[in-house]
Design a protein around this ligand. Structure first.
Ligand SMILES: Cc1cc2nc3c(=O)[nH]c(=O)nc-3n(C[C@H](O)[C@H](O)[C@H](O)COP(=O)(O)OP(=O)(O)OC[C@H]3O[C@@H](n4cnc5c(N)ncnc54)[C@H](O)[C@@H]3O)c2cc1C
Length: 344
């Protein structure tokens, strides 16, 4: 089976790698380098604890963490940082309720003080600690997964179909690939690829601003959600910063970085000496109902979707289940609620 995977973000790379591992003839198509789309501008926290009101989606995310651990076991995991996650809010009752809910669902979580775990952080109240969560060097793992794979540095502009079956991918350079299947892993541009087979994949505009700052030593040890800012390490001398409050200022005249930096310094004073390396507004690939679109999509055979928010959490499990669906048929129960047909 020859499959064109459109998009070398973390999702396309995981799908392509799993397909190739299982014997498919895979070609990855992307005009950009692996992991430089929204994947490179993600807070990149692999988690289940952000979803406590939707058990099937929570379970998919738990499976996502397990799939990453399997992948790290297979290819080596310098990009997988399982240092746990901390969350606290202005109201201490929130952390207590979160831990209770997660434990009731059998998920490792505990209440903890921060003095020992994160001495550089100002936190007046106990935090919810999820020791099995991680942050991912997302660009790095995308690059690692593409090693040795066939790649076209090009843009998909059309999908050819004969007798309701995908037969080819047409590239902007004029090149044509004869393929049996196309996987739409184009992230925030997934709706444009869907349109090539006459499909409407509704994506919601949901931009986010991520910044990386340089600081040595790095004053924090793990990903954390504080009341006004999210922080995590980003390597030996960098910290990544994000805030939903700052996302809400996108499009205004505010300096997004100044807003983010002030919130970060209020929480971790040692970051006052940190210098901006890079910051960008990126588009989340957010299906209208905020859930993934995974699997064969129609209206033609051989067209599959792998478009999702929380792609850093879900890419490894989506890679596993979609490769199995393409090569063996059947639908994994984990993704049964997230079929593309719901958008028809
Ligand atoms: C600020 C922010 C914070 C986030 N935080 C988290 C988080 O903590 N945890 C989490 O799990 N998720 C998080 N996300 C979401 C996560 O980053 C994305 O869901 C994930 O990166 C999507 O990966 P992708 O491979 O689908 O998309 P991308 O990385 O964008 O890859 C898609 C690729 O497709 C290519 N492409 C597009 N059109 C074509 C075409 N026609 N032909 C060929 N190639 C094409 C693009 O060039 C691109 O390289 C966050 C997102 C943002 C913006």
């Amino acid at each position: 089976v020859r499959v064109a995977v459109i998009g070398c973000g973390i999702v396309g790379c995981c799908v392509g790698w799993q397909l190739a591992r299982r014997g498919a003839d895979v070609v990855l198509v992307d005009p950009a380098e692996p992991g430089t789309g929204v994947t490179g501008w993600s807070f990149a926290w692999a988690n289940a604890s952000s979803v406590t009101d939707d058990r099937p989606y929570f379970d998919l995310r738990v499976a996502g963490l397990d799939a990453w651990r399997r992948l790290a076991g297979e290819i080596g995991g310098g990009w997988w940082h399982q240092t746990g996650h901390l969350r606290w809010g202005d109201d201490p009752a929130g952390a207590v309720a979160l831990v209770d809910r997660l434990r009731a669902w059998g998920y490792p979580a505990e209440l903890t003080g921060l003095a020992a775990l994160e001495p550089a952080v100002r936190c007046p109240a106990p935090a919810a600690y999820c020791p099995e969560e991680a942050w991912v060097s997302a660009r790095a793992v995308a690059g690692r997964l593409t090693l040795g794979m066939e790649r076209r540095t090009d843009t998909l502009v059309d999908i050819t179909v004969r007798c309701d079956q995908v037969t080819g991918a047409v590239l902007a350079s004029g090149g044509r690939l004869a393929v049996d299947a196309v996987v739409n892993a184009a992230g925030p541009d997934g709706h444009q690829v869907a349109r090539l087979v006459g499909r409407d994949l509704p994506l919601r505009e949901d931009p986010g601003f991520l910044a990386r700052v340089r600081c040595r030593p790095v004053p924090i040890g793990r990903a954390m959600h504080t009341p006004h800012v999210e922080l995590r390490p980003d390597g030996d001398d960098r910290v990544a910063l994000h805030s939903r409050e700052v996302d809400a200022l996108i499009g205004s005249t505010a300096s997004l970085f100044d807003e983010l930096q002030q919130r970060a310094i209020d929480t971790v004073p040692a970051l006052s000496a940190a210098a901006l390396i890079e910051g960008r507004v990126a588009r989340r690939p957010m299906p209208a109902d905020e859930r993934p679109s995974v699997g064969i999509a129609g209206p033609v055979d051989g067209y599959y979707e792998a478009v999702t928010h929380s792609g850093v959490t879900l890419a490894a499990i989506i890679g596993e289940v979609l490769a199995a669906e393409i090569l063996d048929g059947g639908v994994d129960p984990l993704v049964a609620p997230y079929r593309p047909a719901r958008f028809c």
